[in-house]
Write a protein that binds this ligand. Structure first.
Ligand SMILES: Nc1ncnc2c1ncn2[C@@H]1O[C@H](COP(=O)(O)OP(=O)(O)OP(=O)(O)O)[C@@H](O)[C@H]1O
Length: 549
């Protein structure tokens, strides 16, 4: 994600914010290795994180980043021969769960690690509330500590709200604030500089969230603490880190000082080759094509009634700030969220009432939805790759009442190969795959069904820079064959690469349409943030319209 060159654009870190000299590395890893049943996830990684440094950890899906983080969290035991120092002191491995606190580390994992049934307050103050030797809880003091922590981050949340009622964005922000709080209280007690590890914390964050997070990261590092920042977003990494280490196939492919490195050099280190940027094939798409779907007056919790028409073979992007309504449309059309009103007419057929739409009906009519919240709503972690791929249409593998396992396996293998799923073992559980590889399985599943209208919510979240290009190419090829795609995303770069048309939403309405050559990353970002001006009046050429063709 990057947001153009305008005011508030993500800016490169100043030289003054680099690491503190004279102090031992806050974390030193030597030859850290991990094998899972013979498969090498980490092949001997050595890495120093300096005090006060923001260190980017990058690498393709499955390169070993999360495995390394999980070793530090005491979740995985590394192989013998691995060694670790914290603040210059040797630390015995494996770590036990919870040891990281004693060592001055805190984490935000991809699944955020919040307890959904507890309140914001309870989640935020979990470490403090459960710390040993605490005889009683001063709830008044806890409430004010929680409010203060949220205020520092500019996060407006009801501290008594249950976490499962929060939006995904607010959950991510809360998890990040909690990690910073944990380290801050750790700092007070121990005098250590401390280390926060952020494992892909930003995909759900709106731009203001990213800016706030970066502001906090800078202030923490300015006070001497270190941050390890894992992300697939190269622009973010270039903006916030002092140094980057790139993992490839479980080994360190290289380390770079960020201010001396170019974007392309980092990409090359990640993928191991130069990445050819494919130009969007928009020219052929100006041709008038038959209408695939007419969505009229769709209305949802954050979406005022709005209408959208999409042509056959068109890739339509939806974007805006989180909460502007763009992120709801796909779910309302698919019946995953109940619409308050509206109709959907497919290929000239009789319109269907959206409030009566259900996912089953939508699938029967040739729709498919890839939800953004893949941890909770997309795949089933405890099932195999094969089951996850064919969950929605297992019927087609029945031959005279029996399931044709061989055909399923062959098709799953071919699909995994096409989408570069690694490891490509159809009977492996989805939970054994890295986050990005799991996302590839889920994209493959829906693409394979050849829906007439594919609804995507943040489809390449957590997917590495090389695979992203393959997914874009697959989407373009499917669109050239007539599949229509609606892609909701906060990633302007992604939309600029694949879309024929982009609709920008603000306050529940469509406020701007960009077509063909108008679609650039900067134009999308500009139109998105123009809607913030004064939060009231929009510029004259961006007045809300209910109808856009
Ligand atoms: N519990 C497990 N059992 C078996 N294999 C595993 C397990 N956890 C991870 N792996 C394998 O280890 C390798 C590294 O995975 P890891 O999750 O560390 O990658 P990553 O770099 O974090 O990827 P991503 O960017 O997709 O999150 C992958 O091949 C993965 O399939």
């Amino acid at each position: 994600m990057s947001f153009g060159d305008g005011e508030g654009a993500l800016t490169a870190r100043s030289e003054g914010s680099a690491s503190r000299t004279g102090l031992p590395p806050v974390l030193r890893l030597r030859n850290v290795a991990k094998t899972f049943g013979g498969a090498v996830a980490l092949g001997g990684v050595s890495l120093d994180v300096a005090a006060g440094e923001v260190h980017g950890l990058l690498g393709k899906n499955g390169s070993g980043k999360s495995t390394l983080v999980k070793i530090l969290a005491g979740f995985h035991a590394p192989d013998p021969g691995s060694s670790m120092e914290v603040d210059g002191q040797p630390v015995a491995l494996p770590l036990k769960p919870g040891d990281f606190r004693r060592l001055g580390m805190s984490f935000v994992h991809q699944n955020l690690g919040l307890i959904p049934s507890l309140t914001v307050l309870e989640n935020l103050r979990l470490s403090a509330l459960t710390s040993p030797g605490r005889a009683w809880i001063d709830w008044k003091a806890e409430r004010s500590a929680a409010r203060e922590a949220l205020e520092t981050f500019g996060l407006r949340l009801d501290i008594l709200e249950r976490v499962d009622r929060l939006s995904p964005v607010n959950r991510a922000l809360l998890a990040i604030v909690r990690a910073f709080e944990d380290i801050r209280s750790g700092l007070e007690g121990s005098g250590r500089p401390g280390l926060v590890l952020l494992d892909e914390p930003t995909p759900f964050l709106p731009r203001e969230g990213v800016e706030k997070l970066f502001g906090l990261v800078r202030s923490i590092s300015d006070r001497g603490s270190s941050v390890v920042f894992i992300s697939h977003d190269i622009d973010e990494v270039m903006a916030i880190t002092d140094r980057v280490t790139v993992l490839r196939d479980g080994h360190v492919a290289g380390s770079l000082v960020t201010k001396d490195a170019s974007h392309d050099a980092v990409v090359q280190l990640i993928v191991g080759r130069e990445l050819a940027r494919s130009a969007p094939a928009r020219t052929a798409r100006k041709v008038e094509r038959p209408v695939r779907a007419v969505i009229e007056g769709v209305e949802g919790p954050r979406l005022a009634p709005c209408s959208v028409t999409i042509a056959q073979g068109e890739i339509l992007g939806l974007t805006g700030l989180i909460g502007s309504g763009y992120e709801e449309l796909a779910y309302l059309v698919f019946g995953a969220t109940r619409a308050a009103g509206g109709t959907l007419a497919l290929d000239g057929a009789e319109p269907l009432e959206l409030p009566a739409m259900t996912p089953r009906r939508a699938i029967d009519r040739g729709l498919a939805l890839l939800p953004g919240d893949r941890q909770n709503a997309s795949g089933v972690d405890s099932l195999s790759l094969l089951d996850n791929m064919f969950l929605p249409d297992v019927d087609r593998f029945f031959r005279r009442g029996l399931l044709d396992h061989r055909a399923m396996r062959q098709e799953a293998e071919a699909l995994g190969k096409a989408f570069e799923v690694r490891p490509n073992d159809p009977i492996q559980k989805l939970s054994a795959l890295s986050g990005g590889n799991a996302q590839k399985v889920l994209i493959a599943r829906w693409m394979n069904r050849k829906p007439s209208l594919l609804l995507l919510d943040e489809p390449t979240q957590g997917v590495d820079v090389g695979t992203r290009q393959q997914i874009f190419a697959a989407l373009r090829a499917a669109a050239a064959d007539g599949m229509s795609v609606i892609c909701a995303s906060s990633d302007a770069e992604q939309l600029a690469e694949i879309c024929d048309r982009v609709l920008i939403f603000a306050r529940g309405r469509i406020v701007k349409e960009l077509v063909g050559a108008e679609i650039t990353k900067d134009r999308i970002a500009e139109a998105t943030y123009a809607s913030l001006d004064g939060m009231g009046a929009l510029p004259p050429d961006e007045r809300p319209e209910d109808e856009m063709q």
